[in-house]
Design a protein. Sequence first.
Length: 348
Amino acid sequence: MKFYFSSGKRSKKINKKGRKLSKKAVFSGIQPTGNIHLGNYLGAIRNWVNMQDLYENIFCVVNSHAITIRQNPAELREKTLDLACMLVACGISPEKSSLFIQSEVDFHPALAWILDCNIFMGDMSRMTQFKDKSQKNPKNINVGLFNYPALMAADILLYQVDFVPVGEDQKQHIELTRDVAMRFNRDFGECFKVPEPLILESGARIMGLDDPNSKMSKSATGKNHAIFLLDSPDIIASKIKKATTDSNSEIVFDKSRAGLYNLLSIYEILSKKDRGSIEAEFNGKGYGVFKNALSEVVIESLKPIRESYLRLKSNEDYIRKILNEGLESVKPKAEATYNRAKELIGLV
Ligand code: AQP
């Protein structure tokens, strides 16, 4: 039998003979590119929070990724701290997780360069996120945007983690990370743990409310595209009311009815009810009744996060302290991996 006890900063897993068992480790990151939406929350953050007791957790505000799209410097600084505050409000606990800011660890871009030199143009050119983002930003198709997956691979590989919990849109990047890690280990010697993506089926791809064929995204411009975690109850209800559905009236899980399917998936996750009982609940009722029920559950689920965020927001020193402690705990790991990669490849 395995059990947990709490000792100091982290709980440690021990077996019945009292031997310490090391936990598997996870790393994940999120960009401070705008307000956090329900897709980020259901596809990523909520899972990070729920899995905190199972793993050694490292979470990062990836501000260096954010500059692949032009940012206002002062706003970026503010959004970076704000996002850290939001993650803590969502339940990322400094007792269980290390939280830090990417640009404060110089080993990320340093390792990314080594990886850049070991990723083929052909592989990098296949990344669909680059294609999507360059279509959305035709005037700023910069090299950083193209190289984004190498920096992401460095973020992950520096910490020798087992899993990377992400939404489905990041799967291709994790595959590239695995490929470059395996190639490097084979060609130069064992250096990186090869991580696996951790993608939970529910919430892995939340779609835009105004366009259920494109994923909900921070940078989309539609007024009713996304529900943000800080939206007021009125705004949430109004966005849901205007969400795109179809002319059918039956409330059933049917993937071919993308708008309704997306809304039902959100309801399923937040209400914690199963599909059968949801379909029974709304049998014979129309979109109006379902949308009201959905609004209610979204508003209730986001309420504690919004309240906690507002409390934390007035205590910037506390957030800074969490980030500094996170930084101190992750930096030695990053340094050790980077130095090994540097040595193996002949740079020292
Ligand atoms: N719509 C989504 N459904 C489920 N998961 C999602 N994620 C993002 N959108 C959805 C997951 O959220 C985590 C953090 O994402 P990110 O901020 O690093 O970058 P992103 O995937 O590019 O997110 P956005 O919201 O679309 O931002 P912008 O518009 O700036 O590009 C990731 O785990 C991601 O999978």
